[in-house]
Ligand binder design. Sequence first.
Ligand code: FES
Length: 147
Amino acid sequence: MEYQDIIANYGDTPGGIIQAFHAVQKKFSYLPEDAIVEAAKVFKIPVADAYGVATFYSMFSIKARGQNVIRICESAPCHIHGAAEVVAALERELGVPMGESTGDGLFALEFTECVGQCQATPVITINGKPYFDVTPAKIPAILAGYR
Ligand code: FES
């Protein structure tokens, strides 16, 4: 399904632009510029306002990024329990620094705030799915599931 069809699905939903952006991002892993312009047309708002929505919410990315978005919680409880070691292991395993995507377009590495799972720190999420009590040793097996 192309982004035009995805956005059109929400055209009649009040406030549907956010849902449309979620659906587009789910498919493309980010919000392409053309999709933002298309959403402005469908929801009959200025393009600047559509960009405003796309850039206001931290869960949206307007930058092309890897298909599987890995987020590492950097809030205090995760930090205390070894998030930095997990970050180092991910960067080593994927060969890119935080904030970047792998050359094959498979993974993106991002930080996030607390994801509400502080009972099992450190926590990472991949495409929103949480992994608990993550250690550097667990990283290769976790990533293997997405390769
Ligand atoms: S601090 Fe990391 S999940 Fe809450």
